[in-house]
Design a protein around this ligand. Structure first.
Ligand SMILES: [Zn+2]
Length: 365
């Protein structure tokens, strides 16, 4: 009788103990971590070496810039890295979205036969799709090709059939549809000043922010059996409530935080508890990532320092309650000091689960 009562008490004590555990800055190198969104563009091993020093596994994603030679080069570098560092580097190839023959069987057969070959390479865990879908590609009539276009369905079906998730950078941060001086973070105003072709505020004839989000939502609705990882907080970076709505609605969707942690920090300035509660509630759906790219050459030590500092700054934000500032916006904010079990989800378990990574998964706690 006594034992029967004791067991639930013990279980709840252990669980309570887990929730009370927090990591510190000192734990940074000993905790196993995954950066779920980077871009390796060199075979010199510099990125991989720093990842080993800081205890990170890397997921490198290819991007369809519309240049087939460049896409092949990205594939070869990612594939080489995955073979050289098995279990430490995984990758997501993309496919060339050539609109020649779009919406014909020939178009989908061509894409599928390339994917068939690419998906068999060691270390492949996903297929990456990019914002060219929705923002640059047009059909013969001049209409934008959106991600919910039925013409893409055979390719989506093929990827699903192979058991792979799709990783999608679709749309842009909402800032993209605002004038430069109204953007919330300077990484966005700097990027769109330098890439006016993607600054939608000056292209009102292009699909709206809402059009982009709607197309992605439609695609998810049409494919409830597809595992989808939305890059950059699913382009809902500006408001955790809006992201929470989507995560509630689409249980097959997770998001990576790459290049958008500054937007969480921006919201932390005035609404720290809200952001913290969001992170805890959706601890199973958020994947840590940076979106840092490395092309080799130049200054490898400088790169190693930069990526190490980026990783460490993010770690401080999530694990401690230190007062911080960001060079990307005005205002101070305090770190979120999330429980260690949430940190383990963000930094390891979620990437293993959503990408079905073939790694031993003993977690950190
Ligand atoms: Zn990226």
């Amino acid at each position: 009788m006594k034992i029967k009562i004791l067991i639930p008490v013990l279980v709840s004590l252990i669980l309570a103990g887990c929730q009370d555990k927090f990591y510190s800055v000192e734990d940074f190198s000993s905790v196993k971590k995954i950066d779920s969104h980077i871009h390796i563009g060199s075979d010199d091993g510099v990125f991989e070496e720093q990842a080993a020093d800081d205890n990170f596994i890397l997921i490198t994603l290819n991007v369809d810039h519309g240049d087939s030679a460049n896409l092949r080069r990205q594939f070869n570098l990612a594939s080489l890295s995955a073979q050289k560092y098995p279990g430490k580097v995984f990758f997501g190839p993309s496919f060339l979205f050539d609109t020649t023959g779009w919406r014909t069987d020939e178009w989908s057969s061509k894409v599928i036969s390339q994917l068939e070959e690419d998906l068999s390479a060691p270390g492949v865990i996903t297929v990456k799709i990019w914002k060219n879908i929705g923002m640059t590609l047009r059909d013969r009539e001049g209409n934008f090709i959106m991600v919910d276009d039925p013409g893409l369905q055979p390719v989506i079906d093929f990827i699903k059939g192979k058991g792979f998730p799709i990783t999608g950078h679709l749309g842009e941060p909402r800032n993209c549809w605002l004038p430069l001086d109204e953007m919330t973070v300077s990484s966005d105003s700097g990027y769109f000043a330098a890439h006016p072709q993607y600054h939608m505020y000056i292209h009102p004839e292009y699909p709206s922010y809402e059009d982009q989000i709607r197309a992605r939502d439609n695609m998810l609705e049409a494919n409830p059996d597809l595992t989808f990882i939305g890059c950059h907080l699913g382009s809902l970076e500006w408001n955790v409530d809006s992201l929470a709505d989507r995560l509630d609605k689409y249980p097959n969707m997770a998001v990576d935080m790459s290049a958008r942690i500054c937007h969480l920090q921006y919201q932390t300035v005035d609404e720290r508890e809200k952001v913290r509660d969001f992170c805890i509630k959706y601890h199973d759906r958020l994947l840590y990532g940076t979106d840092v790219g490395y092309g080799g050459g130049g200054n490898p030590d400088g790169f190693r320092k930069r990526i190490h500092e980026t990783w460490l700054d993010d770690w401080k934000y999530f694990t401690t309650d230190e007062e911080m500032t960001s060079e990307l916006f005005k205002g101070k904010f305090k770190g979120l000091k999330l429980p260690a079990e949430v940190i383990d989800k963000f930094y390891y378990d979620n990437a293993v689960k959503w990408y079905k990574l073939p790694v031993n998964n003993p977690g950190n706690l």
